[in-house]
Design a protein around this ligand. Sequence first.
Ligand code: WT7
Length: 655
Amino acid sequence: MESLSESPSKQEIELLPYGEKYHPYHNKYVDFWRQSLADPMRFWDERARELVWYRTWDRVLDDSNPPFYRWFVGGETNVNLNALDRWMNTHVANKVAYYWEGEDGTTRVLSYRDLFREVNKFARALQDLGVKPNDTVTIYLPMIPELPISMLAVTRIGGIHSVVFSGFSPSALADRIVDAKSRVLITADGYWRKGKVVELKKNADEGVRLAEERGAKVDKVIVVRRLGNQVAWNEGRDVWYHELVSKYPENTYVKPVPRKADDVLFILYTSGTTGKPKGIMHSVGGYMVYVYNVFKWNWDIRPEDVHWTMADVGWITGHTYIVYGPLLNGATEVMYEGAIDYPQPDRPWQIVERYGVTIFYTSPTALRMLRQYGDEWVKKHDLSTLRILGTVGEPINPDVWKWYFEVVGRGKCPIVDTWWMTETGAAMIAPAPGISLVQLKPGSATFPMPGIEADVLDESGKPTPPGVKGYLVIKRPWPGMLLGVWGDPERYVKTYWSRFPGYFYPGDYAVKDEEGYFWLLGRADEVLKVAGHRIGTAELEDTLIKHPAVAEAAVIGVPDPIKGEVPVAAVVLKAGYRPSEDLKKELIDMIRTNIGPIATPQAILFVSKLPKTRSGKIMRRLLKDIMEGRPLGDTTTLEDPTAVDELKRAWDEFK
Ligand code: WT7
């Protein structure tokens, strides 16, 4: 930030109340952003030098084989060096790394030194179990400290972690184990969710059984004891985490294995437009540099801050903003295990008050839910420590934004609305109070981050005029970008780099206003955001048609006041099958066991045919129009117009 010029505001902007307290004009930010783009190689070179490397890079960016861009080539490092080791002889060593709170009220506090010890012991244990550099280790853990500990232990020894959200079903776990070819799984006996025990070990056992049926071989299952509930035990395969690590002395030290900057740090599966989830690969060097910097920029992080990302580490938000971002910055993070409204709707505010949270980051879905319970729950608590609020995962409704600003933030905290995705590593379009806060507008994620060039294009690839909706693109590579799709380079090229050649295509609609602010408008493809979770409609359809009674299925997203969007399925049965409540239940159960409860459809509509074009393509647009109560557009290409009436009837009946 040294190079930031102190130029005064060049244009006067009419002020909104938001952000005024922090900065009256945004040119300081825009100047910084412009400078970052004027000489990006120098910019990223300087940013990367703030971190510790075994060997510095030969080139900042190798763009000789687009779109397989490689950052900091020739550089060698290990993320542990920067997240843990470098703090050990500083005051950060005794600082709190994690305040952890279980849903049942149990608490644990881990300092950076505690974390360092645990990670080293577990890293050695993993080595002794035979885990080698570039091996993938699947982690299926709830929100407990052993989750970040496992991620760091794996990366410390040069392994690649693949974290699977603990709410995913055994079948989804199995697919991910098979695809990643993991021979080691780390899981737990169970965890609390809404006051009930979730028997995770049972799901893990079933997941491993299915994975082996699908061709995988799992040698070791390491089990963390979280609850002490009864679990089945597979002698020879299963090992208790606590028994494993207690064999090693407290001062165990494993040298972080040098990794090439463009090696894979981790894989994280996410949904796309086909039925098969894709393993997004992030890099050792680029991801580290980007996340370290963006975390600073988004949160203006200071030594005394207590940062809380109220999300699950099983998603990218948690990887970046609960694990790597905070630790790379030596920040204190809060980690909470359970449901956000358990036992009462003020659980988050109680936690903010208890730990003196200064920066709070959550999703629009969570905010809509918390708002619905009424302001009393918020006002019961002293939230005066809060200074910055953040949001991510879906577009935030301006009225929810204002509620967040006024009721939670007492009109004093800027709202950092961060647009990004699994593939981008960290925020891409968001306010950056760590550089200079721009004037905020409720519902806009404001401007691209330093080093990021974004635009909005029409169908033909031309920039849209201000106020006109189009497709968001990122116009140049950035360090936090994905390395590719695990085992599927073609899918990487096709999904992200083919729609608008030369540009990264995220799959979102967006609009830029007269002042250049970006407004993100949701997915432009067959991907849903249900309560902020990314779910491919094709995954649901593929699951539904596995049922012997189902001939065809089409899934679309329908707006929901809390979850943003929910899946609705239109199903055509095979001859000889009749619609029934039981069948509906079976289909819903299938989704829950194949994907997980988060994908549960709100409705299953039985119809005799789907609206299709004469060439046989399902007209999803029409399905959406019907369910959102819009007048139907051109239906002349429909093969059989009666399909529409039937769907309308089925939908009206459901409502
Ligand atoms: C999709 C990516 C990045 C962590 C959580 C989601 C949507 C994300 C915003 C935002 C509007 C947003 C986009 C994107 N999205 N943040 N601030 N405003 N939309 O990661 O599961 O990979 O989903 O989430 O549609 O494409 P993800």
